[in-house]
Each structure stands twice: as structure tokens, then as C-alpha cells.
Design a protein around this ligand. Structure first.
Ligand code: SF4
Length: 209
């Protein structure tokens, strides 16, 4: 492995592999995407996918959530971690946005909404097809990026700052690409032999010594 990796070049095969892969949340429009991203914090995508049809049958758009008390959501989302706070955040978001057509698609405006941090906002922008303004750093990226050796930090904010510094904006989908790699190959028990990044990976190069 070269001692100094040119990451904008080295990350390209990963970006190519996952370029148009949709996020595992099974949303059908930007309203559903936003609601499901809020619900997925500290929960799993599969749990959120399982409750989504019932929730969206009862609340099909932002307008239908506007003016609703948080408790009205409880029967639909009770299986989700931290559901009471998430119900508060979602109803507060609806009270502010009112309509699907007014869902903001900028990092600044999204992160002003309750329950939406940078990671969630970056996911919403990616999936909605808006230009990236940051890099998705989720639990998978926090495992994969240090293993690759692309970052040394373990704090999500610092990891994102570092990645944004070393990668040009056209490669800012690297976060979601690393997230997919973490889900499929670089799991807690990594499948390094079949990994397309093993030629540049610090963790793998140490394994082979
Ligand atoms: S080579 Fe192994 S440790 Fe490195 S990114 Fe791939 S699966 Fe993860």
C-alpha cells in the first residue's frame, strides 16, 4: 500500500459502485423521506420501514400532520426509539412547514428544524437530489473511515470537517458510499478479502503484516 493515499482518486471506485443507490429507507416522496429520517435516529431503517405504511396511511402529507398533537402519532410509532420526542419534533416541523411544497432543501434551513442534525440534513439533501452541502457521517462511516485510514478522528463533526477538507465537493457522496460499504462489507466483522477498498485500506494492510 502506498504510504500516502490520494483519497479523491482512491475513493472513486466506491463512489462509482454506490453512485445511484437509494437509501435503505423506503420513502416515496420528500415528505416521507423527512419523517423517516427523523424517526430513524438511533433506531434502525428496517424498524422505520416496518411502521411507515401505517403512519403514512394516517398522515399522508405535511398538511395532515399540521395541528396534530404529538400523542396522535404514538400508536403508529411506539416501536421506535425515543418515539415521544420524535412525535414532538415531527408535529413541530409540520406546524412550521405546513405543506410538502415548502420543505426546505438547504442544510442551513433543515438543521434549524427540531430533530434534524447535519447527518439527517445531508441524507435528505442527497435523497432529494439537491446539491450536497456536507458529507453524511453515520455510525457506519464512523467505523469505516478510520479503518480505511481516511480519517483518524472518531467525532462525527470532526470526521465530516476532515472529509470535506480532503475531498472535492463532487465527491461528497463519499459519506453515503462508505455507509453502504459499512452495511454490506465493512461490518463490525469486516469481509476484507472481498472488499473493493482493500488495496488502500490501513486496517487491511495491518492485518496482512
Ligand atoms: S478492507 Fe476491510 S477494513 Fe478495509 S474497508 Fe474493506 S472491509 Fe473495511
Amino acid at each position: 500500500m502506498p504510504t500516502r493515499i490520494n483519497w479523491p482518486d482512491a475513493i472513486r471506485p466506491l463512489l462509482k459502485k454506490y453512485k445511484s443507490k437509494k437509501h435503505p429507507l423506503e420513502y416515496r416522496n420528500v415528505y416521507q423521506l423527512m419523517v423517516m429520517v427523523v424517526l430513524s435516529a438511533r433506531s434502525t431503517d428496517s424498524v422505520v420501514n416496518s411502521i411507515a405504511p401505517g403512519l403514512f396511511a394516517a398522515f399522508p402529507d405535511m398538511g395532515s400532520l399540521d395541528g396534530v398533537k404529538p400523542e396522535a402519532l404514538f400508536p403508529y410509532i411506539a416501536g421506535i426509539t425515543n418515539f415521544a420526542n420524535k412525535a414532538k419534533w415531527l408535529t413541530a416541523i409540520a406546524a412550521e412547514i405546513k405543506s410538502d411544497k415548502d420543505i426546505p432543501l438547504s442544510l442551513d434551513r433543515l438543521t434549524l428544524l427540531p430533530g434534524i442534525g447535519r447527518k439527517s440534513a445531508n441524507v435528505i439533501l442527497r435523497e432529494a437530489g439537491a446539491p450536497p452541502e456536507g458529507i453524511i457521517v453515520d455510525v457506519h462511516v464512523l467505523r469505516v473511515a478510520p479503518r480505511l485510514g481516511i480519517v483518524k478522528e472518531m467525532d462525527a463533526k470532526k470526521v465530516e470537517e476532515h472529509l470535506m477538507k480532503i475531498l472535492p465537493p463532487k465527491e461528497w457522496d463519499a459519506g453515503m458510499a462508505m455507509s453502504f460499504l459499512g452495511r454490506e462489507t465493512c461490518a463490525p466483522k469486516p469481509k476484507c478479502e472481498t472488499c473493493l477498498m482493500n488495496k488502500v485500506c490501513v486496517y487491511y494492510s495491518r492485518l496482512k503484516k
